[in-house]
Write a protein that binds this ligand. Structure first.
Ligand code: SAH
Length: 244
């Protein structure tokens, strides 16, 4: 392989001449699956030092090493946007995490609402999905996937300088008047998406009482939670984020 195509996220400092040891699964992927040899080029990022062109300096079945050459892109942080969502079925939850990383969420927060069906998530697996998505989409940053927390607790401990874009299916209708709600004062935001069962009356009441939460509609049709997450991130990115 001549042109560097493979992008790999590593948990290691990157810099000119820096040697980067490979973990077993990374070595398996690069040498076993992609059949790279000594001198082959790989792009590396670690969420802090931008993207670096590196070449293979050592191969092995269980490990190996790469050596950093030069920086190919600076670190590009996503906007300060969190995606909070109630986990749904496994494949759809995986989809939400993958899309959140691609769309530029800074942090992904699974929350347990009253009607959330799953009580547990595999946080490590979801984090791996976010890493893969960042590798694939050319991002230089990987959003953290937080442990699942009860929505109630999350709202009690909330830093009120961060606004909540509360996607409320009860408002489904033609007018979202979104730009009026979002404003442009640079405040950090979190999007909140409910589960298949939607939000309970108590949750809706609680959110309505929070001055930093703003209920919005995502149009006249009720979207599935995974569609709603992508639609909401699109609207936010278009209005306030790094798509402008
Ligand atoms: N079962 C619920 C729908 C849940 S849809 C019902 O029939 O009412 C899952 C989540 O997607 C919702 O909780 C909400 O956060 C979001 N969502 C879907 N469609 C929406 C819309 N038109 N407006 C605002 N939010 C929406």
């Amino acid at each position: 392989m001549t042109a560097a195509k493979i992008r790999l996220y590593v948990e290691h400092p990157l810099g000119a001449g820096q040697s980067v040891p490979l973990k077993r699964d990374q070595a398996h992927y690069l040498f076993g699956v992609m059949r790279l040899g000594i001198g082959a080029q790989v792009l590396l990022f670690n969420g802090q030092d931008g993207e670096w062109l590196a070449d293979v300096s050592e191969t092995g079945k269980r490990g190996g090493a790469l050596r950093c050459n030069r920086q190919t892109r600076p670190l590009q942080l996503p906007p300060d946007l969190w995606l909070m969502f109630a986990p749904i079925k496994k494949a759809r939850t995986d989809f939400i995490v993958e899309k959140a990383a691609e769309m530029g969420a800074g942090r992904i927060c699974p929350v347990q609402t009253e009607f959330t069906n799953s009580e547990r998530i595999r946080q490590d697996r979801l984090q791996a999905h976010a890493i893969e998505a960042a590798e694939q989409c050319g991002g230089t940053y990987v959003p953290e996937v937080a442990e699942m927390q009860k929505l109630d607790r999350v709202l009690s401990a909330w830093d009120t300088t961060r606004r909540i874009m509360f996607c409320d299916e009860a408002l489904a209708g033609p007018s979202s008047a979104l730009s009026g709600v979002l404003g442009t004062d640079g405040a950090p935001w979190a999007i909140l998406i409910g589960p298949e069962g939607g939000f309970s009356t108590a949750e809706r009441k609680r959110l309505a009482a929070l001055p930093h939460a703003h209920a919005i509609s995502l149009g006249p049709r009720i979207l599935r939670a995974d569609t709603a997450a992508v639609a909401a991130m699109t609207l936010w990115q278009q209005t306030l984020g790094d798509w402008r």
